[in-house]
Design a protein around this ligand. Sequence first.
Ligand code: ATP
Ligand code: LTN
Length: 363
Amino acid sequence: MTETTTRRTSPADVLARDTAPTAHLAGAGTRHRVLSGMQPSADSLHLGNYLGALVNWVKVQDDFDAYFFIPDLHAITVPQDPESMVRRTRVAAAQYIAAGIDPERSTLFVQSQVPEHAQLAWVLMCMTGMGEAQRMTQFKDKAAKQGAEAAGVGLFAYPMLMAADILLYQPHGVPVGDDQRQHVELTRDLAQRFNARYGETFVVPEGFYPVNGARVYDLQNPLAKMSKSAASPNGLVNILDAPKVIAKRIKSAVTDDGTEVRFDREAKPGVSNLLSIYAAVTERSVAELEEAYVGRMYGHLKVDLAEAVVERLAPIRERALELMDDPAELDRLLARGAAKAREVASPVLADVYAKVGFLPPAR
Ligand code: ATP
Ligand code: LTN
């Protein structure tokens, strides 16, 4: 592992306070690059995806040359129905745009339309140790869910594909949720290893992790993170859920013993989750919210939170559904994004291939 395991402030958090982004990353006249993506593995993104990732993406695109993509190659590391994949890939793009990703300012594309990702992944896989890959906790969790023997090799290779996604674009920052920290560290290790072996090639990227909303927990099981692959949808708030459904899910969230609205992850995981969601959605601090709920009940908190979440998500849902009405236009937009992405990715891959010792491309 590399030297960086400390928590970093994301430029988005700095921007949220209306000051200039971290000086070393947004130098005068240079627009540094960021890149991130979310798997199209469900019919809707959820509140964890939104608060843990998407909100920050929208903020960073003002100050960075941003690349946002839909990692469909990653999605097939677990079995997927082909028709659902097509629909989910488009609906993910529609949600990115509806949440505020501007395809004119940022490059928005689908991973499988840029073949360089799979090509670089192979080179990186050949530079990763089995032990190193086996230590990835997401692999261990997902493999355990399927039964270790049944898990595909693709699931094992997933972090090296993610490293390829990142390194192809030479980004300085990778805004992701907290759970992706280990993958970002592996990416840094691989970049440094390649540079040491073949000469300076890759920028070594930093993870940008959000302060608020870093981890949103399941409303029915506040000890587990809110996840697309949760056993039951009742603990999820999806961006594309109807407002009534969202309100109902929040109002039926499990709370804890006692009555006091107080943040205490150990003793009150349910209420703490609601408070941190509320803080992230309204951009207020947890302390301020605790203060506001002194002498009030869990029920009051839930009613107010439901209203705040619906107010935040309803316009995004409407815009995403509108975009889905014209899939041809969405596809055109994504094709333009893929062409722009290839302009960056293709020379980087060519450089890697030459350094590794592959013959020049056959023309
Ligand atoms: P799956 O259940 O299929 O693994 P997921 O719901 O965990 O999916 P990902 O596609 O793995 O979502 O993650 C997309 C982005 O959303 C990542 O940056 C991840 O860190 C973030 N994210 C996912 N779940 C949460 C959560 N509960 N809280 C905060 N951020 C999250
Ligand atoms: N593993 C990520 C999705 C992802 C990603 C990336 C994120 C695939 N490639 C590159 C950032 C950069 C996840 O969110 N589960």
